[in-house]
Design a protein around this ligand. Structure first.
Ligand code: AP5
Length: 212
């Protein structure tokens, strides 16, 4: 199974991917997580990406495309993958088409998680994440049992640097200008499935199970 999870910041791409992953052993590839790991480790990629990420802008296409070329040939992708946060521009989508053609594989579906901007702002200003294992929390809908401590691994639960209202609104503008055109791109390709992102954290899993 090869899927793209497409959606605005905070639409629930990571949350839906975690639910799918708990049932199906396929790689969850989040470009945001890869970039954050590089920032944390202080790599050249991390140093380059950090400024773009904290201001809510996209990291340049060539950097992301090279990163994904390397990631998609790793052994865990053989059984399938869910792409979370990639592609985010038409240039990236075209590069992905080329990569997949070279690998002789095709996408099964692109799931578009539909959500209103104001719901995103509310979700992301209240989102918290575990610094250690990446578990996603929400102070309104899903708080950790002990404030600031991860239920799963005991790690520190923090607020992401780009989850403040100003940056969230910048990320939303970038999404509408540069990423939303991908909805039409994949509709034309005949593989787009639209889902209400407020319907439940297992909406994507349900689609997969329906399609067999
Ligand atoms: P990235 O990390 O990909 O951030 P994003 O796209 O903004 O998405 P988020 O991780 O914020 O949200 P999500 O959709 O995963 O939502 P979540 O499941 O956490 O990218 C960060 C930055 O990296 C970018 O701004 C850019 O700079 C750079 N970057 C990354 N990829 C790039 C690329 N391809 N090209 C260029 N630059 C790139 O859920 C959010 C909250 O809502 C949580 O609190 C959760 O508990 C809650 N929630 C989720 N689902 C539900 C539900 N159904 N009901 C109620 N609450 C829910």
């Amino acid at each position: 199974m090869r899927l793209i999870l497409l959606g605005a910041p905070g639409a629930g791409k990571g949350t839906q991917a975690d639910v799918v992953k708990s049932k199906y052993n396929i790689a969850h590839i989040s470009t945001g997580d890869i970039l954050r790991a590089n920032v944390k480790q202080g790599t050249e990629l991390g140093k380059l990406a950090q400024g773009y990420m904290t201001s809510g802008k996209l990291v340049p296409d060539d950097v992301i495309i090279n990163m994904m070329k390397a990631r998609l040939v790793e052994p865990d992708c053989k059984e399938g993958f869910m792409l979370d946060g990639f592609p985010r521009t038409i240039t990236q989508a075209e590069a992905l088409d080329k990569m997949l053609a070279e690998l002789g594989i095709a996408l099964d579906a692109v799931v578009s998680l539909e959500i209103d901007d104001e719901v995103v702002v509310s979700r992301l200003t209240s989102r918290r994440v575990c610094k250690q294992c990446g578990e996603i929390y929400n102070t309104i809908g899903k708080p950790s049992r002990v404030d600031g401590v991860c239920d799963k691994c005991g790690g520190e639960v923090i607020q992401r640097a780009d989850d403040n209202e100003g940056t969230i609104r910048n990320r939303l503008s970038v999404f509408h200008e540069q990423t939303a055109p991908l909805i039409e791109y994949y509709k034309k390709a005949g593989i787009l499935v639209s889902v209400d992102a407020t319907a439940g954290k297992d909406s994507v899993l349900k689609i997969i199970e329906r399609q067999g």
